[in-house]
Structure formats: C-alpha cells, structure tokens
Design a protein around this ligand. Sequence first.
Ligand SMILES: [Zn+2]
Length: 278
Amino acid sequence: MSTLVCFHAHPDDEAIATGGTMARAAAEGHRVVLVVATDGAYGEVPDDLAEGETLSDRRREETVGSAKALGIHRVEYLGYRDSGMTGWDGNDDPASFWQAEIDEAASRLAAVVRDERADVLTIYDWHGGYGHPDHIQVHRVGKRAAELVAADLPDLRVLESTMNRDHFRRGVDAARELGEDLGPDGLGGDDGFDPDGPMDDGNPMGTPEAEITLGVDVTDYVFRKRAALTAHASQVSDQSFFLNMPDEMFAFAFGREWFIEHDREPSSDGPRPGWLFD
Ligand SMILES: [Zn+2]
C-alpha cells in the first residue's frame, strides 16, 4: 500500500484535476489524502446559505461529499483565503494564498506530507494549468514542501498535474464536428473555447503533449469524478458545461489525467500510459 497526497488550490479542483487518480488509488487500497490551500471564498454564492453560514462553510461541506465519492481518507485545509483571479482585489489580501510566504505555506503542507509518509505528492504545473494565482502558488508551495521533506522522505515522487493541450484541442475539434455548442455559453470566449488562446495569465492552457510524461487511465472512475463534481453543488453553474457533457464526451475529456514527472524524460511517442506507483 502506498500513500498519495494531492495538493489543490480550491475546494472542487480535486474533482476535475486528479479525481480519477484519487478514486483509482483508493479503489486499489492505497491511502489518499487531499490538501486544499484555500477556502474558495471567491466561488459562486448560492441563494440558500443558512443564517451565519458562509460560502467557505458550504464549500467545506461539499468537499466532504466529494471526498466520499472519490474514496479520500483525509482532507486537510491550509487555511488561506481564496485570492481570486489575476487582478482581483483578493490578490492583495494579506490572508490570501497569493500573499502567503512560500516557506510558511510549504511548511504547513510538509507537515501533512511528512505525517502521512507520502510516496507521491501531486502539485500543479508551473502556471497552475491556467494561470490562476492560487494555482500558480500550489506549484511553488508544493515544490518547496517537497524540498523541506526530502531528508525524511527521500523516495517521495512529485508529479505535476496538468491539462494536455493537444488532447483538449482534439476533443474540442471532435465536439465541434458533432455539432456541440462550445460557446459562448460553453467554456467561454465569443467564438467558443480555444485551447491555444490566452488563459488567466495570458498563457495558453496546460502543457503541450510533448512535455507531458504520464497519462493515467481513469476511464473506470469517471463516474466517481462526475459524482465528486456534482457534490460541489454550489459551484454547479461553473461546472454545468462539464456536467452536461454527453457521457462519451465526458469520458474523452476526463478519462485520462496528465502529469509531468521531472524524473522522467518526455518521449517522442507522447505521454507514457502508466500509473503513479509504476
Ligand atoms: Zn481552483
């Protein structure tokens, strides 16, 4: 049995980015731990908050449901405030994750990784997939945490979760051919979603396939991923595009999760089909 720790920016990121991997690891008997950096306070505010209930309270509760769907054994929060998208006021909030001192945040994550004696830690790629400040910070803090635990856990492997830009483009092209409406109500942009267009920080989304080393097949777990997304009910209009996808399209888009392993060279044949613990 191995232990997997997945580090994410906001409640609900776990479902879409590494949900299949976590569900598969749990189903195979591994221990799965989720660490969430922020409270997700910039999410959508539902109409039915109870007296005294905050959005963060609600999102924690929803994360319990998501964790249940994915088979996650432990959920920890680092306790930072959501920083919002690039340029938002929240970027300057001293309590935000974006303003957090890297070493301080990394030591909080490192405490969990050490306590769990983790075998694998997942973080995000250098621009957090789409440039959201909190996602960029997951990369920076995650890398630093790995350095902090290196002496205690010399075999810890750090994998960067990313989106496969080429795979996404193929999916978008196939969906357009089938006449699926991909925008403006789909993934944004007047002409529909363009995987090569600028994201939050001006870079295109994810990583070119040629730089990705590992593609994890989670086809058997996409139903759990869908259930985890559904558990984040307050954020559902953000996710309705994904949740409304026909099963086949959802399986194409989310049946594989992509990682960059810096201890392996990318292959000219594309990402290696494999598993975290291979
Ligand atoms: Zn996020």
